[in-house]
Write a protein that binds this ligand. Structure first.
Ligand code: SF4
Ligand code: SF4
Length: 65
């Protein structure tokens, strides 16, 4: 399972990148994406996905379908 960034909601503030323990948040052409192959949903490391905790925009980072 992985989280994903809702492109239309993301302001590209970058706050989610440094808090990710797996390096799954990548900057791509000025916007941010989560590499689904790398994201662990922070399982085993934190109770909550750290990117979601850090993101100032509600419902911007959601569970990938
Ligand atoms: S859920 Fe955790 S591992 Fe996945 S992108 Fe967010 S901070 Fe990184
Ligand atoms: S913290 Fe939220 S708004 Fe900022 S870059 Fe990450 S996903 Fe986008």
């Amino acid at each position: 399972m992985a989280m994903m960034i809702v492109k239309d909601e993301c302001t590209s503030c970058g706050d989610c990148q440094p808090v990710c323990p797996t390096g799954a948040v990548l900057k791509k052409k000025g916007t941010y994406i989560i590499d689904a192959e790398v994201c662990t949903e922070c399982e085993g490391e934190f109770d909550e996905p750290q990117c979601v905790e850090a993101c100032p925009v509600p419902n911007c980072i959601v569970e990938a379908a």
